[in-house]
Write a protein that binds this ligand. Structure first.
Ligand SMILES: NC(=O)c1ccc[n+]([C@@H]2O[C@H](COP(=O)([O-])OP(=O)(O)OC[C@H]3O[C@@H](n4cnc5c(N)ncnc54)[C@H](O)[C@@H]3O)[C@@H](O)[C@H]2O)c1
Length: 310
């Protein structure tokens, strides 16, 4: 088996690289990345190779076509900073590049498992179901929705292909630290509190999100790999939790008693409530999330503490 992971130096891609390396020790694993938001340190211990390049550059794909052949493509590369407002740049990178990848997958008869996002739902009413409320509020969410449209077109034109879109909700876990300000709220709040600072939240901390632990996201990818299905699926826990709740779990786990400092949200658009309806992914992939927010934070905290104290 030959796996290609675009965005493999990033948070989710690098975790995927290690999970595949462990589960398929005989497989050849390649990461393709331009290191714009990923970091080489995420790949320390990775035994495969890296192809360095920009997914929006067609000459990169000519080079890949001439020199490689992959059985499965995990497509994670994207501009992941949801506050980027440059529509041309976002669409070129996230949406248009996807066509190059799918065209190659058609040639190779490769399976494609790609990262979509809960951003496609904007502020539509939860629980979010795959076929409704597709009202992105920013260009990032729109670019992910356009990826889904492109994928559906290829699914229709090439029914023999396996194409799986995974709409991740709010993912958190080890190796997200290089994302800086776009790392999860769980990471941001934990770092502050471990450093002895008061946690700060947008007023009044009751924004609710479906926070999903990286191990569950990897599990969804591996199920998509193993099953013979095509489709677009939500990946979350099915339960929205508030930012205030994150702080109280962290206080409990760290043995602290910090009070929250609230401030005004500076963004025009902010997703206030996301919650995944998991009916479709349960039925098609047999996916069941294992980590509640409490369990995920407990599993993750030793990693954050080590990073902060280094
Ligand atoms: N983390 C989340 O909560 C979340 C939620 C929904 C969807 N997603 C999606 O999951 C995927 C992975 O996100 P992540 O959280 O690991 O973010 P990340 O920023 O850590 O990873 C993205 C990777 O893509 C690479 N990249 C960016 N532009 C590129 C380009 N033009 N060419 C080649 N490589 C490029 C970056 O260097 C980085 O390594 C993305 O597609 C993202 O949109 C993530």
């Amino acid at each position: 088996m030959k796996f290609l992971i675009t965005g493999g130096a990033g948070f989710i891609g690098s975790n995927l690289a290690f999970a595949l390396q462990e589960r398929y020790p005989e497989a050849k694993i390649y990461v393709l990345d331009n290191f714009s938001s990923g970091h080489f340190k995420n790949l320390i211990g990775f035994k495969g190779q890296v192809i360095t390049g920009d997914i929006s550059d067609p000459s990169l794909w000519d080079y890949v076509r001439k020199n490689f052949h992959f059985d499965v493509i995990f497509h994670e590369a994207a501009i992941t900073d949801t506050t980027v407002e440059d529509q041309y740049f976002m669409m070129k990178t996230n949406a248009d590049s996807f066509r190059y990848i799918l065209d190659l997958a058609v040639e190779w008869n490769a399976k494609v498992i790609y990262a979509s996002s809960a951003g496609v739902y904007g502020n539509s009413p939860p629980p979010m179901r795959e076929d409704k409320g597709l009202e992105p509020e920013n260009i990032y969410g729109f670019s992910k929705l356009m990826m889904d449209h492109i994928a559906m077109d290829y699914m229709e034109r090439y029914p023999e292909m396996n194409i799986v879109g995974l709409r991740y909700f709010n993912v958190y876990g080890p190796r997200e630290d290089y994302k800086g300000k776009t790392a999860s709220m769980i990471y941001q709040l934990a770092v502050k509190m471990i450093k002895g600072e008061r946690p700060r939240l947008f007023k009044w901390g009751e924004q609710r999100r479906d926070f999903v632990y990286i191990k569950d996201v990897i599990k969804a990818n591996l199920l998509a790999l193993e099953k013979n299905v095509s489709g677009i699926f939500n990946v979350g826990t099915g339960r929205a939790r508030s930012f205030n709740e994150i702080v109280s779990i962290l206080n409990k786990e760290l043995g602290t008693n910090y009070e929250i400092e609230y401030f005004d949200c500076p963004y025009d658009f902010y997703q206030k409530f996301t919650e995944a309806d998991l009916t479709k992914i349960r039925e098609a992939l047999g996916y069941e999330p294992e980590y509640s927010l409490e369990e995920g934070i407990k599993d993750y905290l030793p990693y954050i503490i080590k990073r902060v104290k280094k």
